[in-house]
Write a protein that binds this ligand. Structure first.
Ligand SMILES: CC(C)(COP(=O)(O)OP(=O)(O)OC[C@H]1O[C@@H](n2cnc3c(N)ncnc32)[C@H](O)[C@@H]1OP(=O)(O)O)[C@@H](O)C(=O)NCCC(=O)NCCS
Length: 359
């Protein structure tokens, strides 16, 4: 059976930066707490919709693969912050980037979305249902941030990352992959007021709530187990893993997972400092950075692992091909903005307060 291999990669990190010091000015928090508890120093806040970031990252990935947008036959956007419920963010992204021959769908497995999307893409390529899949992770989590809840507002950021997947011709590609969900834990990380249960509520009250310590505990266990299983299923041992690219939720979670797996820190890719938790976008952004900075080389065994609301988790062991340089670049960018991250955040907070009638 044929398997999918990564032939293109790209990212979109919005220009507006929101630092820990910015947050100190508007809520009861401080840089020291955020840095020591999470590893985050700053995050990006987008002035666009999710599909705009998806389109920019997607065009970069298509160019890196040496393809044209029309070559893509399947577009999957992993997101839990789509522009709208209907149509999918993938549909909007398709029209924005010109992937006119692609069938489109969104995947929502929260922060595990990229791995779930990878599983779907791999399956479609294996069965011949698709041969050039664009998989994008794109999130506008700033929409959900409520500065009145310091336990979550400091954690998240916006961004998008993308990969192109095509049938492997050598021994590269998706070697093994596993997914899991525990619906009993659904309430420990949830965005309420946004779906059928909230019809008529005009979405005025939605906000993100989370039992952080409980998420932490489950994340470390499930990520460690899923990643270890993916390595074994790929017929490899831990020493064969060249780099672990985990979902970037918290450096302490990443460190604990690596320790549990007995992986040395130099084999773990961490970029949370500059982006915060970008949910489904974090792995493809990190992968793109790792490739662009030559942190991973030809034929590298890369281990992806993620967890997220649901509670969902997944891991994938992927061998890169011999080509780890982009065949082309795209000059598609987000529209310019002069707004700062803090201004964008406060605009949304003012709107939230107005709707709640508390301004
Ligand atoms: C959220 C998280 C960073 C909190 O860290 P923690 O060490 O568990 O901290 P706690 O929740 O126990 O809170 C410790 C104290 O810090 C305070 N605190 C919480 N957020 C704070 C903030 N932004 N600034 C300052 N203090 C804060 C709490 O109020 C608490 O104070 P108290 O002891 O006086 O009650 C951590 O639990 C975590 O990362 N969980 C996983 C979350 C995650 O990854 N979610 C995404 C899933 S994809």
């Amino acid at each position: 059976m044929r398997r999918a291999t990564i032939t293109g990669w790209g990212k979109c990190t919005p220009p507006a930066v929101l630092t820990n010091h910015d947050l100190e000015g508007v809520m009861d928090t401080n840089d020291e707490w955020i840095t020591t508890r999470t590893g985050i120093k700053e995050r990006r806040i987008t002035h666009t919709e999710t599909s705009d970031m998806a389109a920019v990252a997607g065009r970069q990935a298509i160019a890196a693969a040496g393809l044209e947008p029309e070559d893509i036959d399947m577009l999957i956007v992993a997101t839990c912050t789509p522009d709208r419920i209907i149509p999918s963010a993938a549909s909007y992204a398709q029209s924005k980037m010109g992937t006119t021959n692609a069938a489109c769908l969104d995947v929502n497995a929260a922060c595990s979305g990229f791995i779930y999307g990878l599983s779907i893409a791999n399956g479609m390529i294996a069965t011949g249902a698709a041969s050039k899949v664009l998989l994008v992770g794109a999130e506008k989590l700033s929409t959900l941030l409520d500065i009145e809840d310091r336990t979550t507002a400091v954690l998240f950021g916006d961004g998008a990352g993308a990969v192109v997947l095509e049938p492997a011709t050598g021994d590269d590609g998706v070697l093994a992959l596993n997914l899991g969900t525990d619906g009993k834990l659904a309430e420990i990380l949830t965005v309420s007021g946004f779906g059928t249960e909230a019809l008529g509520d005009t979405m005025s009250q939605y906000s993100l709530t989370m039992d952080g310590p409980e998420v932490f505990r489950n994340a470390v266990t499930q990520m460690g187990e899923a990643a270890t299983r993916a390595v074994a299923d790929a017929g490899l041992v831990l020493d064969d893993v060249d780099v672990l690219i985990p979902h970037q939720a918290n450096t302490r979670i990443i460190d604990a997972t690596a320790r549990r797996m007995k992986l040395p820190p130099e084999k773990v890719y961490v970029n949370i400092t500059g982006y915060g938790n970008t949910s489904a976008a974090s792995i493809p952004i990190a992968l793109t950075e790792a490739l662009e900075s030559e942190r991973v080389g030809p034929g590298a065994n890369v281990l992806f692992v993620a967890f997220g609301g649901g509670l969902t988790w997944g891991a994938a062991c992927v061998r890169l091909g011999e080509r780890v340089t982009a065949l082309g670049t795209s000059d598609v960018r987000l529209p310019e903005t002069t707004a700062t991250g803090l201004e964008l955040l406060m605009e949304r907070q003012d709107e939230r307060r107005r709707r709640r009638g508390t301004s």
